[in-house]
Write a protein that binds this ligand. Structure first.
Ligand SMILES: [Zn+2]
Length: 292
């Protein structure tokens, strides 16, 4: 009898054993939760309040990496400035690059501005192309599918759960996209200037033209010469909207706005950057700010 009870306890703990998933950013974390449901225990390493290129590699992140069965990264170079030394120090064989528990989502999405040769033309932080694909709401299901396939591979016993969650989420997200696309179809903003090339994927999706960046190159701080150039570009193109993220300095955008007819709109680059709590809220907030 005792043996039977023990077996029952062992079996039920196996049934409820969660996969410990680390993601580098909040949007990815929210998608993992949608697909993994109660089978996953998700930790987000990089707060959306900070520059995603340069998350501070605090020691507390090491313990989070040591516990993980699966590490889901954005890839495309976005984590290059902070994550590789942490992965090495964590010394967790499951989540090393190339291991079964390592998932680089950038391999599943069509990246833009990928340099055809080794060049600094796209700046120091975008040397592999523009990594900010998660601002495109239409890529959410592509990301979700890559995550679903990985969870099925790691935890085949619960494959039905992940397949089902993915199916339900796909239906829910497709309905949301219809609504969001309808909102964007009425958006009056057709040209923008942005601080860093954070929103290119969202802008491209809805045929909004980015005519200039406040940074002369991605990751390079604004200079007065370049700021004057941006002021002229705004005037020539009749730009009314400057997209500012939450973590860069805001003085330059304000200075440019004061010299032109454009207004500064603070836009979230990742879920939670502006206090958004859900994926839908995150993308809807981008749309609302952009189309003001
Ligand atoms: Zn960037």
């Amino acid at each position: 009898m005792k043996k039977l009870i023990l077996i029952t306890i062992l079996m039920s703990s196996a049934l409820f054993a969660n996969i410990k998933v680390d993601t580098t950013y909040s949007t990815l974390g929210a998608i993992v939760k949608k697909i993994g449901g109660n089978k996953v225990d998700v930790v987000v390493l990089g707060s959306s309040k900070y520059d995603p290129h340069f998350i501070v590699p605090k020691p507390s992140l090491l313990s989070k990496l040591r516990r993980a069965d699966l590490l889901v990264i954005n890839g495309g170079g976005l984590e290059l400035g902070w994550l590789p030394p942490l992965i090495r120090s964590a010394n967790n064989a499951k989540i090393q690059n190339g291991a079964k528990g390592f998932l680089d989502i950038s391999h599943f999405v069509p990246m833009i501005d990928v340099p055809t040769s080794v060049s600094r033309a796209f700046g120091d932080v975008h040397s592999q192309g523009n990594p900010h694909y998660s601002t495109d709401p239409h890529l959410v299901l592509t990301i979700a599918k890559a995550i679903k396939d990985k969870l099925v591979e790691l935890d085949f016993d619960n494959a039905d759960v992940y397949e089902n969650n993915f199916k339900n989420f796909s239906q829910e997200w497709s309905k949301y996209l219809q609504k969001l696309d309808a909102v964007m179809a009425t958006c009056k903003t057709k040209k923008v200037v942005q601080y860093h090339e954070l929103f290119n994927y969202f802008l491209d999706r809805y045929n909004i033209k980015n005519v200039g960046n406040i940074e002369p190159l991605p990751g390079i701080a604004p200079s007065s010469k370049h700021t004057i150039k941006i002021i002229n570009i705004i005037k020539e193109n009749g730009v009314k909207t400057i997209l500012q993220d939450v973590y860069h300095e805001k003085k330059t955008a304000k200075f440019i706005a004061d010299k032109t007819d454009a207004k500064v709109r603070v836009i979230p680059h990742d879920l939670g950057a502006d206090g958004s709590k859900t994926l839908k809220e995150f993308y809807s907030n981008i749309a609302t700010q952009l189309c003001k």
